[in-house]
Each structure stands twice: as structure tokens, then as C-alpha cells.
Design a binder for this molecule. Structure first.
Ligand code: ADP
Length: 398
């Protein structure tokens, strides 16, 4: 069965068509600037040429229509008709406490997702628009919702409660939810598989280091803690998000700079992280790494501060699980930057008996252990594949 995986943002839509039986990618692409001037679609059939064209897309239904046309195109398409798409898997950012698992979408599920909109006002409404657009064009195709938050729903209350008045939890469900769950789940399971060990027997820390970044603690096959919170702003220093800060800083900046809460939240989400810390050098770790080697003081301090924060979370989660067997690196930075991995492991993880295999650490694109055979804790790189994980979930449920 072919599964169409849709990741719908407010003005963009990423898609992949995956054969669920052999797990091969059939085609992928991206619609950008939906509802804005200059919208364009890019489409790449597996093994074929990437096509890009500017086409007006007034809304997400237009975008999905173009995706379906591309997939069924006589010349460059990959399926003869829509009947060859067995199901659609949708990435949904926030499932609140309602969704601890992926689920087949019906009108009740749609209403429940809508109830979580308050918790992710930028993401969930866009995800819902994507589902509705697909339902309009493929009314008989089953659809599945796969939630970024679901994997973290196994966290115990001591990990997800904040030290705030309890009534805020009761009234508004303010608590830690965590994100990137599909990636943390995929990577931790894959690590066990590659090591030939039982998932249920391991204590795993997953460092998902991309533009957005989070760490999770997975013990005996269940997530027990994660660094992102009510929103993706908490935890690590990210590309442009601040991660953990003293909440009183918000009031301080408001007074000093005469900014509103909305303006400060925008600074914390879009102008902070390694971008802000590097004094606007870049949010891209490739630039920062280059700056580091050129001796830029801001780049050096930014990289060190980023690595230090990751190492602190690894320490915290080792304590949370009373030990750790495997530490995994994944996502754009985690998969590609041997330098960051080495900074984290060589500078801070000696107490865990981590010994990095410098040659293995240079490799890319493989599921591998990058620690030596006599390292007390295994360190791995596992390239994440959220689309494949969504396709698997979708296939399993339909
Ligand atoms: P997201 O999905 O959150 O947008 P990704 O997981 O795709 O992010 O990661 C994107 C980040 O990966 C980029 O900001 C870039 O800094 C980083 N990255 C990609 N390639 C490399 C590399 N070779 N070295 C260091 N960082 C890299």
C-alpha cells in the first residue's frame, strides 16, 4: 500500500509518498508560500529529476490538488490514479493529553484536535487545514493523525508538572508535553534494533539536534522525560529559540526595552538561540562551525554554550533514569556535525565512560555506533526519518 505523508504548516506543505510494504520512498516534495504571492511546488520522483515551478496556490486545497496532480502526472507521476494511494498520514503537532497514540481520523478526532488548538495556535490549525483539504479531494481514503506529542504521554507526572499553582493545570492543562515525539520514538527503537538489544531493556537518551532541538529520556521502551515543554520553546538552545531562561527575564526586558509580551515572545522564538547568542552571525551550525575555526569569539562561545546545555540535559536524564546505556544523536546537527558530537562527548561525558571512536564519528548517513567497543556507554548516530515513522503508523492503523 502507498501512503501519502503530509506535514502541513501555515504556508507550507511537505509531502512524501512511501510504499509501506518495502518502506521505499516513491516521491517527495514541498509546496511553499501557500496563500502568498510567488507560491511554488517542488516535486521529485525517486531516482528522477527535481521539478520546481511557480503556480498560484490560494489555499491548502489548491496545494494538495497540485500534489495529487504531480503524483498522477502521465509523464513524471509515480501512480496511475489516486486509487493507488491507500491512506494519508498527517503529522499533527499537538495532541494535548487526549492523544497518547496515533489514530484514524474521523469527525470526533477532528473535533478533539481542534480542542488542542489553544496549546499550539500556530501549528494545529494549519495541520487541520491540511486534513480537511485532503478529505475534500480524497473523501474515501482513510487518514491517520500522528502526533508530535504522543510518544511523550508516558512521562510520569513528576516529569510533566511545573511548579505552578495546580489550578493552572486543572483549568488550562498547563504541563510539559514535549515535541519531536515521532523522531524520539523512531530513533530510540532503531538504536535498540541496530544494537540487537531489547528496546524494553535499555535506558536511552535521544538528542534531536536540528533547527528545533530536544532531548528525551527513554527507559524500558517508554519516554520518561523530555526537554521541550508546554511549547517547543523550552529546553536546549536552538537555531532561533532561547530554550530555558529565567522567566523573570521577560519582565526585565519588557521594562528595559518597552516591549509587549507578544514582542518578547517573538524575540524568544525567532531572534534568540544560536542566532541571537552569536550576535546574529547565523542560526545555521555550518556557519557557526566555520566561525569557530576562524576564531570568531561569538561563534566559539555560541558553540560552547550550545554543547554545554546538551551535556547538562544528558546529565539530568542520566540521573532521571539512574543510568544510561545508549546516547543517540539525530536531526540536521546531530547527524551531520562530528564537531558538535565530539565537543559534547569528549568535553563532558567522561564520567559515563564514553570513549568516542573518532573515525566512526566522521561517517555520515548511517545508523552506527560512534563509541569504541570498550566505551561504558554506547554513543550512536541514527538518522531520523519522521516521514517513514508516520507512514508505518498509518499503515499499521489502516
Ligand atoms: P528542522 O527540521 O528543525 O528544520 P533539521 O533537522 O533539518 O531542522 O536541521 C537543520 C539544521 O541542521 C540547520 O540549521 C543546520 O545548522 C544543521 N546542519 C545541516 N548540515 C550540517 C552540517 N554538515 N554541519 C553542521 N550542521 C548542519
Amino acid at each position: 500500500m502507498n501512503i501519502l505523508v503530509i506535514n502541513c504548516g501555515s504556508s507550507s506543505l511537505k509531502f512524501q509518498l512511501i510504499n509501506a510494504e518495502n518502506e521505499k520512498l516513491i516521491a517527495k516534495g514541498l509546496c511553499e508560500r501557500i496563500g502568498i504571492d510567488g507560491s511554488k511546488i517542488s516535486y521529485t520522483p525517486d531516482g528522477g529529476e527535481k521539478e520546481e515551478k511557480e503556480v498560484p496556490m490560494g489555499n491548502h486545497t489548491d496545494a494538495i490538488r497540485l500534489v495529487l496532480e504531480a503524483l498522477t502526472n502521465e509523464k513524471t507521476g509515480v501512480v496511475k490514479s489516486l486509487a493507488e494511494i491507500g491512506a494519508v498520514g498527517h503529522r499533527i503537532v499537538h495532541g494535548g493529553e487526549k492523544f497518547a497514540k496515533s489514530t484514524v481520523i474521523d469527525s470526533e478526532v477532528l473535533a478533539a484536535i481542534e480542542e488542542c488548538n489553544d496549546l499550539a495556535p500556530l501549528h494545529n490549525p494549519a495541520n487541520l487545514i491540511g486534513i480537511n483539504a485532503c478529505r475534500e479531494l480524497m473523501p474515501d481514503t482513510p487518514m491517520v493523525a500522528v502526533f508530535d506529542t504522543a510518544f511523550h504521554q508516558t512521562m510520569p507526572d513528576k516529569a510533566y508538572m511545573y511548579g505552578l499553582p495546580y489550578e493552572y493545570y486543572e483549568k488550562y492543562k498547563i504541563r510539559r508535553y514535549g515535541f519531536h515525539g515521532t523522531s524520539h520514538s523512531y530513533v530510540s527503537k532503531r538504536a535498540a534494533e541496530v544494537l540487537g538489544k531489547k528496546y524494553e531493556d535499555l535506558k536511552i537518551i535521544v538528542c534531536h539536534l536540528g533547527n528545533g532541538a530536544s532531548v528525551s529520556a527513554v527507559m524500558n521502551g517508554k519516554c520518561v522525560d523530555t526537554s521541550m515543554g508546554l511549547t517547543p520553546l523550552e529546553g536546549l538552545i536552538m537555531g532561533t529559540r532561547s530554550g530555558d531562561i529565567d522567566p523573570a527575564i521577560i519582565e526585565f526586558i519588557a521594562h528595559k526595552e518597552g516591549k509587549s509580551i507578544d514582542e518578547i515572545m517573538s524575540v524568544l522564538n525567532k531572534k534568540s538561540g544560536v542566532l541571537g547568542l552569536s550576535d546574529n552571525l547565523s542560526s545555521d551550525f555550518r556557519d557557526l562551525e566555520a566561525g569557530y575555526h576562524e576564531g570568531s569569539a561569538r561563534a566559539i562561545n555560541t558553540m560552547e554554550t550550545f554543547a554545554y546545555r546538551v551535556a547538562k540535559y544528558i546529565g539530568a536524564y542520566t540521573a532521571a533514569m539512574n543510568g544510561v546505556d545508549v546516547i543517540c544523536f539525530t536531526a540536521g546537527v546531530g547527524e551531520n556535525s562530528a564537531f558538535i558530537r565530539s565537543m559534547i562527548c569528549n568535553n563532558y561525558l567522561g564520567y559515563l565512560g564514553v570513549k568516542l571512536d573518532e573515525e566512526a564519528n566522521k561517517k555520515r548517513g548511517e545508523d552506527i555506533a560512534i563509541s569504541t567497543a570498550d566505551s561504558s556507554t554506547t554513543v550512536m548516530v541514527i538518522p531520523t526519518n519522521e516521514e517513514l515513522a508516520i507512514a508505518r503508523e498509518t499503515y499499521r492503523l489502516v
